[in-house]
Design a protein around this ligand. Sequence first.
Ligand code: SAM
Length: 311
Amino acid sequence: MPLVLVRTVSGLEGLAAEEIAAAGHRVVDVSKRQLVVEASDELLSRPPRLADDLFVVRDAVPDPGRTKAGLQSVALSAQAAGPFAVSASFVGERNFNRYDVEDQVGAALGGVYHSRRDGARPPAQRSEWRVVLDGKTMWIAERPYEAPLHRRAWRQRTVVGSLHPPVAAAMAKLARIDAGMRVVDPFCGAGTLLVEAQAIAPDAQYLGIDRRPEAVAAARANSALRFRVGDAARLIGTADRILTNPPWGVRLGVGDFMPYLRAWRRVLAPDGLVVALLSQEQTALLSPDWTVHEAYDLSVAGQHPRIVGLD
Ligand SMILES: C[S@@+](CC[C@H](N)C(=O)[O-])C[C@H]1O[C@@H](n2cnc3c(N)ncnc32)[C@H](O)[C@@H]1O
C-alpha cells in the first residue's frame, strides 16, 4: 500500500480523515494540515473532496531538526525524472528557511530541478514535489496529478469572496443532505457551495440566490444548477438546508447581518439545518435564537472563520 500525504485546510484535518476512513483507507497519522494515509490506487482515482492536495510518499527520513548542518546531512533515495519543482514547509523554529529545504531536496533528487528561490516560476510542464518536516519525519512526496486537488475542473469563474472548494465540500458534508432535500444558498456567489454539495449528494434540489447579476452569471458559467438574482424572502419554510457563506466585515457589516439571520429562520423548514461559514463576530450574534450543534474553526488565507451547524 503506498503512503500518501493528504494536505488539508487548517481546522479540517478531522473531517478529511473521516472522509478518507469512510472510503476504506487507513489514516495512520493526523497533524496540523496533514494526514498520512495508507492508500489503495482507488484513493488516487477518487481523491477526497475535503483535501487541499495529495502527494504520494517517495521517501521518509527522520526530521533533521533545527540546524542547517542537520538538513545538509540528510540522505535521500528517491529520484525525480524530468523537470520538477519542490515546495517545502516545516513546523517549529529552524535555522534554515523553506528555500534551503527545497534546494537541498531538489539537488538530491536528480532530474531537472527548478528552484522557487528569488520568486522564480517553474515551467508549467513539471512534476511537483512536496517536502514536510513535521517534527518527527521529513516526508518527500510527489503529486500524482498535474494540478493541486483544490483546483476544480468545474470552476470557470469566481467572484470576490469565492470559497475554497475543499471548505465548501466540508460544509456540504456537515449538512448531511439526503435525496430530495431542498438546499438553498442565499449568498451563492459563483455557486461553489452548491456545486460541491451536488458532487456529494447528487439527488437533492439546489437553488442559489445572489443579489448581484454578475455573481449569478458566474454561477451559471460554473454549473447547470438553478441560480437566480434576488433574495430568499419568498421561500417561506421550504429549505431543508441553508448552505451559505455571507460576506464578512466591510462588505456586510455585523449590524447588517441580523435581518439575514431572521430571514434564514423564515426560509428554513421546521426540521431544517443551516451550515454557514461565519466570521467570529457574526457567530457571536447567533445566541439566543439559534442552537449551534457543531463548530469548526478554520485558518484559511489569513482569515479565521468558523463553520457552524445551526438550527
Ligand atoms: C462571500 S460571497 C459568497 C461566495 C460564494 N460562496 C462563492 O464561493 O462564490 C457573498 C455573496 O453574497 C452576495 N451578497 C452580498 N450582500 C448581499 C445581500 N445583501 N443579499 C444577497 N446577496 C448578497 C455577494 O454578491 C456575494 O456574491
